[in-house]
Design a protein around this ligand. Sequence first.
Ligand SMILES: [Zn+2]
Length: 421
Amino acid sequence: MKEKKKSRPAAKPAAKPAEAQHKTEEAAKPAPAMSVDDWVNCRLIQAVRERADAIHFEPGRRGLMTVRLRIDGTLRPVHTQEQPEGVVTRIKKMSRMKLEDDRTPQDGRFGALVDGREIDFRVSSFPTPNGESFTLRLLDRATLIPIDRLGFSPAGLTKVREMMGKPRGLVLVTGPAGSGKTTTLYAMLNEIGKSDKKVVSLEYPIEFPLPNVTQSQIDPRSGYDYATALSLVARQDPDVVMVGGLDDLDTAQAALQTVLGGHLVLSSIHAHDAAEAIGRLLGMGIDPLLLATGLEGVIEQQVLRQVCPACKQSVAPEKMVSQMWKLKPGQKLAKARGCKECKGTGYKGRVGAFAVLPVTEELRDLMLTRPQPSALRRFYFGKPERAAMIPDGMEKVKAGLTTYEELMRMGVALQHPGQTD
Ligand SMILES: [Zn+2]
């Protein structure tokens, strides 16, 4: 990599003294009148203040760089400008990455205090033909949310707590990327940690320090992977074990062996719903008997954007919507508008929609037959508990927390109970 010296961009020959500067040229003119350290810091502060989940630094052609922020699940461009000199070196130094390696993806992290909040930045670099692309994920320690404030319905929360109280079994949290699976797992761990149970959590990486939980960061590069950690975890005499994610057969198999050993195991799997999650595990080649015996329940989750309280409107729903959901006469629903507060999007913050699905005897029997995903889906359709996510999302619409349009956008409503497949 070309090591560029950190330097203030030289003043342009034609530049006039301060009073002649015009903001209008800012977008077109490259060189920012600040050091590269300050430039990067500004991007970080902006991301934190706008409640972004991630910052993307994307190199483009002709030496341009685009900066985008992911806010409430949507990627928003903030800048395109000439790539500031030394920016790659600066980000890599902060993240403790190897400066000389610009051909392979690297991982790094750093912490920063912004507006009194401790923020953890998880950094990933990827080589592209235009230079290295960086994605910084923001993790705020303050987002450790108590389980009763995640957005479960009272009935859903009772079922989750029942599962958490079991002496053994595998409880899986599933949902698409960015749906808050880790937040749910941490909320569960945090609550169990307050009890008289020994909790061991295997993570990659450790996202937050949790009181009363023995957290161990796995290190696959040195051979300490999830499966190895699980094979040894019993020596810690745990009641409850958390495993970051069941992404491969070895880990999934080891997690279920841990269940057989008499432990409650909490984990997550990336899938759209419970049917897909079970289908994925069977597709990996897991022993159906092991899965049918060990799986205790699945928590499905989706995330909906919360309608901006500053500018939302209440409107009468369309007749079709009103009939379909049997809304009370006169019930109004929130409509997103857009204002300065929400940057014109109409949405600010997020709210979860959940379905809590304990495994039934009928489902255990089905799993033993190595069902295709379509058979699993047919099983879940028409089950009142499977339909919980839809009414749960709709409850949030009725409560004015989000809009019907948002529920439709997330595809939650597409699984309407009346639908056959
Ligand atoms: Zn607004």
